[in-house]
Design a binder for this molecule. Structure first.
Ligand SMILES: [Zn+2]
Length: 252
């Protein structure tokens, strides 16, 4: 690896860790149940103000073995997972885009999808405000640096939204309104025909995991599966490996 590439990866990972600790604050706002204590400055359990050495992303968690330095209460694994996950997404984006505008575009987009996925997994809801933020972000890029026509983007929005609306009405509870809105926004970000790839990847991976969970008795047929993470992964797969997946699909 060339020296400059090494530093690119290192910078991408470091910025990703910092962005991840900011996303933890965002996730905490939605998952804390209305607590006004700011997690970035206090231990949520004993309320002791945290010092700089407690706030180093990922490393503080590993050094403290997942416990608060003062009261020894366990820190939810969500914190290091979001930090490591965001760093991983930034690394992926640097790998494919280096430091071009697309890096910025997709690093932010994927990070937002990560925090939406975590909230969906824990609470089975997709916050409207985060979906709106996502929509504003993808409209911004469509206006100033489009990768396909706006007609294609709108086609993706309606195709994705209507497909999921139909499934939501048919499944009666399996797919919620938050999933429909998220799919519509991701359809806008994918355009036609790539929205169909996102739809297929999300649908089949979700169905597969759903069946596996029922077989291994982790879920019943009635309990809904959080679908946000599947949409997020499908969009990531389409964005980074879309042409390759389409090739495989048609040769199959
Ligand atoms: Zn504590």
């Amino acid at each position: 690896m060339q020296g400059s590439m090494f530093w690119g990866y290192a910078i991408a990972a470091a910025v990703g860790l910092v962005a991840g600790s900011f996303l933890n604050v965002v996730a905490y706002r939605y998952l804390s149940g209305g607590s006004i204590v700011r997690p970035a400055s206090h231990c949520p359990s004993c309320l002791t103000p945290l010092s700089v050495k407690d706030l180093v992303p990922l490393f503080s968690y590993l050094l403290l073995r997942g416990r608060c330095r003062y009261c020894r209460t366990g820190i939810p694994p969500r914190y290091p997972l979001i930090e490591a996950g965001t760093a991983g997404l930034f690394l992926l984006c640097f790998h494919y885009y280096t430091f071009t505008p697309a890096f910025f575009q997709y690093a932010v987009l994927f990070s937002l999808l990560l925090v939406i996925s975590v909230i969906d997994l824990e609470r089975h809801l997709i916050p409207n405000r985060l979906v709106l933020l996502l929509l504003a972000w993808v409209i911004f890029w469509q206006l100033f640096l489009p990768r396909f026509s706006t007609l294609s983007a709108l086609g993706g929005l309606f195709t994705g939204g209507l497909l999921f609306l139909a499934i939501a009405l048919l499944s009666q509870g399996g797919i919620g309104g938050g999933d429909v809105k998220l799919m519509a926004v991701l359809g806008f970000a994918s355009g036609l025909p790539d929205v169909l790839l996102v739809f297929m990847l999300a649908f089949f991976s979700g169905a597969l995991v759903g069946v596996l969970l029922i077989i291994f008795k982790k879920k019943t047929r009635k309990s809904p599966l959080a679908f946000g993470p599947f949409l997020a992964l499908a969009f990531l797969g389409m964005t980074l490996w879309g042409p390759w997946i389409w090739d495989g699909y048609f040769s199959f």
